[in-house]
Ligand binder design. Structure first.
Ligand code: SF4
Length: 350
């Protein structure tokens, strides 16, 4: 089915300028959660004691169809969004995901990316590439099998994820970005191994500071390993030089190996917040628009969508919400924010 440009595009065919929020930040990136389910139970995201057999995941009827997702993505694109990132839960659990990628890849002016735990990548890398996916990020918190299994709390072997990364490379994804959440006393002792393994591979490891996402992961500041500390450990072994951001609003702090064998990064939401350049919106699997990873509530887009609203009406809701946006949670994080309600990351994607 060809994606029709939404009726928000002006008569002369030009797309309206991107909307900006109260801090002058443009809406450029949309993270689309296609499911709130996952086959892992990573303790920093979906601890089993909360997301257990009794947990009420979104019933099928409440989840946006591919056509609804594609229509909304088209409207966001008409208002400046240039990157669509598919997330979850675990997005590859959504049946026939390549079909959605194919629909999104038809939207003019956008690129489609995916963040996955890599568990199904061996089978899906090629079909996703053929469907038009352009970038893959794989979450891989450690190469130590015992540590990895403990962190995903699903007894899932690390070798399967590594094989998934190899399948992604074979399907043409290069570089594959590898995200590792670092938690003191849990996996920080294996961070250097991860860096060594991918050094010279062309793939890029990014170490992510453990964040107080949601209200379920038992976050403590003491468990945070600052990005600068991880980078210093790597630098001590393989000298690094700072590298410029690829674009405004890029969340990762980049370093290159001085010997030219690639790059590495740190995502430092806790110790060096990057809210000033945050151009990201998030869409939950049931059609709620969130303007911050740490937001307490969203704006319902599914209801107007299913009530027959025109593209322009939905665009007005999106633009209006973004224009009122003032989020900068990571800059404000303190004892005072600890008790605030926050949406779960598994519901809106990282
Ligand atoms: S805390 Fe919110 S505003 Fe700040 S970078 Fe993260 S998502 Fe953006």
């Amino acid at each position: 089915m060809a994606i029709q440009p939404p009726d928000a595009i002006d008569a002369d065919g030009t797309a309206p300028a991107a909307v900006t929020d109260r801090r002058g930040r443009e809406l450029r990136d949309l993270r689309i959660s296609v499911t709130d389910r996952c086959n892992f139970r990573c303790r920093y995201c979906m601890p089993r004691e909360v997301f257990g057999p009794e947990f009420r995941f979104l019933p099928r009827g409440e989840i946006l169809t591919f056509e609804e997702i594609a229509r909304l993505a088209g409207i966001f694109a008409a208002h400046g969004v240039r990157k669509l990132r598919l997330t979850g839960g675990e997005p590859t659990l959504r049946a026939d995901l390549p079909a959605l990628v194919r629909m999104l890849a038809q939207i003019p002016g956008v690129e489609v990316a995916l963040t996955t735990n890599g568990s199904l990548l061996q089978h899906l890398a090629r079909p996703l590439a053929d469907a038009g996916l352009t970038r893959i990020t794989v979450s891989l918190d450690s190469l130590d099998d015992a540590v990895f299994r403990r962190m995903n709390d699903a007894d899932f072997p690390v070798a399967e994820v590594v094989a998934g990364i190899e399948a992604a490379e074979a399907a043409g994804f290069r570089p594959v970005k590898i995200n590792a959440v670092v938690r003191r006393g849990v996996n920080d002792h294996t961070a250097l191994d991860l860096a060594r393994h991918f050094k010279g591979s062309g793939h890029i490891v990014r170490f992510i500071e453990f964040m107080d996402v949601g209200v379920s992961n038992g976050w403590r500041l003491d468990d945070v390993v600052p990005g600068a500390e991880i980078i210093a450990r790597i630098h001590a072994e393989a000298p690094l030089v700072p590298a410029e951001p690829n674009y405004t609003g890029e969340v990762v702090r980049r370093w290159r190996y001085a010997d030219g064998s690639g790059e590495i990064g740190a995502i430092t939401s806790v110790t060096q917040p990057f809210c000033g350049g945050c151009t990201r919106a998030r869409l939950s699997a049931d059609g709620q628009l969130y303007t911050c990873l740490f937001a307490a509530s969203g704006t319902d887009l599914r209801a107007p969508l299913r009530a027959g609203a025109a593209d322009g009406e939905i665009a007005a809701i999106i633009a209006g919400r973004w224009a009122r946006r003032d989020d900068r949670y990571s800059e404000l994080r303190s004892q005072a924010t600890a008790g605030l309600p926050r949406v779960e990351m598994s519901y809106i994607g990282g």
